[in-house]
Design a protein around this ligand. Structure first.
Ligand code: ZN
Length: 89
């Protein structure tokens, strides 16, 4: 049985859910490392801050979980090293 595919919407439809996630308290967010599978609150990760940006590494295997680069035009965030991130509601 194939479920009907929902109608596609433009990116504006994701604004509400993304705003709710991005406005959450990042220190209490939980992330799963895509490298080793460890799951932990972000506050326990290892962070390196330099003039280039902020690098967040897994405390278990040292894989890069997230990178934040802040520029005058805005911030760029990559969470490529996370299998998922959960922000408490
Ligand atoms: Zn890891």
């Amino acid at each position: 049985m194939t479920l009907p595919r929902p109608l596609p919407l433009d990116g504006n439809a994701a604004a509400g859910p993304l705003a709710a996630v991005l406005a959450g308290d990042a220190t209490t967010a939980t992330a799963r490392c895509a490298g080793c599978g460890a799951t932990a609150v972000l506050a326990t990760a290892v962070v390196y801050r330099t003039a280039m940006g902020t690098v967040v590494r897994c405390a278990s295997c040292e894989q890069v979980l997230a990178v934040v680069v802040e520029r005058p035009a805005g911030a760029t965030v990559s969470v490529r090293g996370c299998a998922w991130v959960r922000v408490a509601g």
